[in-house]
Design a binder for this molecule. Structure first.
Ligand code: ARG
Length: 505
């Protein structure tokens, strides 16, 4: 049976990722399935509906998530001093800005949505592009959801216990429960999923605003005793510095989000760079102010001992309305996790429709029209990650893998300056920008391996090698194990799902 679906069918894997995360919500989220498809002749195209304001909202909404509420601890542990941690918060902002500007060149040069997938395809051909969609589906998206759900759980549990901290076991159980809830929501209804997300997005801005305002108030009260000995105890390990960047860069992740929806941006050559110039400095300022605020209330030692810093901040700074902070952070993180799973489901759906993963993952529920198999598939991987990792180890795992691809996108830009010099580039960055980010990405990937090898880096490499091994027989040559067909029928009957077929509106 063939179900007509509302999915668009332009040939890129990430298309439905609509910005790859919580994203998703602002400005655009509502339209992820019901996007405005228009036709010219019999060609389907997406209408350009994301203007400057929605572009800024899309970037800010994705970047601000769980990180600013959990990374300060990891970053301070790894740097050893508040001085270096502030430097790294600022440098992460600068790197995100430069990286995003380089992506703006790529996005205006190749205007199809899908970001890295599209650029790797242009510069290096189908295999690296396949590897990106494979790794995104198997590692990047599930680890994003896992980190965000663990952050949600940390705050939910911490809000219920006293300042002395919560048990890891309780945090994991709550995180797994939250994954089950968002899985249910996403399988049950597209409208419910996007509705939940839109409603929850404002919460994170409230949390950031309340923390910053509380901090400013405390500074005026003269609470500056923690701002001294800036560089005492600074680490000398290059690996620690690189993983401190991982913690910071997690909080900034999402800076490349507009590139997932280039096809829908109005006047992209102007609006993409403008949105980047507005949103990334804005987020950087917010993050620095939030860190200043934490320090007005807590000593560096206390921050290091407490992974849910904002809860303690709330208790000490806001007194009777302290509950606002954990409430808004839990609501915001749950919304982000929901949005990220939403996007992950679509990415997996699109990747399998391209033949990159099992066919059945591109089926949708015959009544609810949700990509149920791919959502459930993601949730299973995410639960495994939550069960076996911690917030910081998963951040390392995610960042290590993500920076391999961000670095590859920079390389793609550099290579295409030589291989495709004549392709029009409505927005062009000075070559030093992609070059710098490329060199930094090499450092970010290599330094932790050399200095402090972790098993997670090995897993990431194994997944990549497995992707290469999988590619030739199963994608290139299209070989299929006979048992797959029986599995497909079984899953079809079990979940009541069927293949999709595009019908013109
Ligand atoms: N920066 C976000 C946070 O701190 C994570 C963004 C994950 N990336 C994404 N494309 N959704 O939670």
């Amino acid at each position: 049976c063939v179900v007509p679906s509302g999915y668009n069918n332009n040939n890129n894997t990430n298309d439905d990722d609509s910005g790859g995360g919580d994203d998703e919500t602002v400005g655009n989220g509502k339209n992820m399935l019901a996007r405005k498809l228009s036709t010219k002749g019999d060609t389907l195209y997406l209408e350009r509906r994301v203007g400057l304001f929605s572009g800024v909202a899309l970037i800010v909404g994705t970047m601000i998530g769980s990180g600013i509420f959990v990374s300060p601890t990891g970053l301070l542990i790894r740097t050893g001093s508040i001085g270096l941690s502030f430097v790294i918060w600022a440098l992460c902002g600068a790197m995100s800005l430069l990286g995003a500007l380089a992506y703006a060149e790529l996005g205006t040069m190749n205007p199809s949505s899908g970001a890295e997938y599209a650029y790797l395809m242009d510069a290096f051909g189908p295999m690296p592009a396949f590897l990106f969609s494979w790794i995104s589906t198997l590692i990047l998206k599930p680890s994003q959801v896992a980190i965000i759900c663990l952050s949600f759980a940390k705050y939910a549990v911490e809000a219920c216990v006293d300042e002395c901290g919560s048990s890891d076991f309780a945090v994991k159980i709550v995180a797994i429960l939250s994954i089950l809830v968002i899985t249910y929501i996403n399988c049950y209804s597209v409208n419910l999923a996007t509705g939940v997300q839109n409603a929850f997005t404002a919460a994170k801005l409230v949390a950031v605003f309340v923390v910053v305002a509380g901090g400013v108030y405390k500074i005026f009260q003269g609470r500056t005793e923690n701002f001294r000995d800036y560089f005492d105890n600074t680490t000398s390990s290059m690996g620690d510095v690189a993983t401190a960047f991982y913690s910071g860069l997690w909080a900034y992740d999402g800076w490349n989000n507009l590139n997932y929806v280039t096809e829908e941006i109005k006047n992209p050559s102007k609006n993409i760079p403008k949105a980047i110039y507005i949103s990334i400095p804005l987020v950087t300022i917010c993050y620095i102010l939030v860190n200043v605020a934490y320090l007005t209330i807590m000593s560096p030692d206390e921050i290091v001992r407490n992974e849910a810093v904002a809860v303690t901040f709330g208790i000490r700074a806001l007194g009777p309305i302290a509950w606002v902070i954990p409430l808004s952070i839990t609501v915001s993180t749950l919304g982000s996790a929901n949005g990220t799973l939403f996007a992950a489901g679509r990415l997996c759906f699109a990747a399998s429709r391209e033949g990159h993963l099992m066919n059945v993952l591109s089926y949708i529920h015959i009544k609810k029209l949700t990509p149920m198999p791919s959502i459930i598939f993601h949730s299973i991987i995410t639960i495994m990650m939550v069960a076996s990792g911690t917030i910081n180890s998963l951040i390392d795992f995610f960042s290590f893998t993500a920076w391999i691809f961000y670095g590859s996108a920079m390389l793609a830009l550099l290579v295409m300056r030589y291989t495709k010099p004549d392709v029009p580039r409505p927005y062009k960055v000075p070559i030093i920008i992609p070059l710098t980010i490329f060199v930094i990405s090499i450092y970010l990937v290599i330094a932790p391996i050399l200095d402090k090898p972790q098993i997670e880096y090995l897993y990431s490499m194994i997944f990549m090698i497995a992707g290469i091994v999988f590619y030739v027989p199963f994608v290139r040559l299209g070989y299929k194990f006979p048992i797959i067909d029986r599995w497909t029928v079984f899953i079809q009957l079990l979940l009541q799902v069927a293949p999709t077929k595009l019908v013109l509106p």
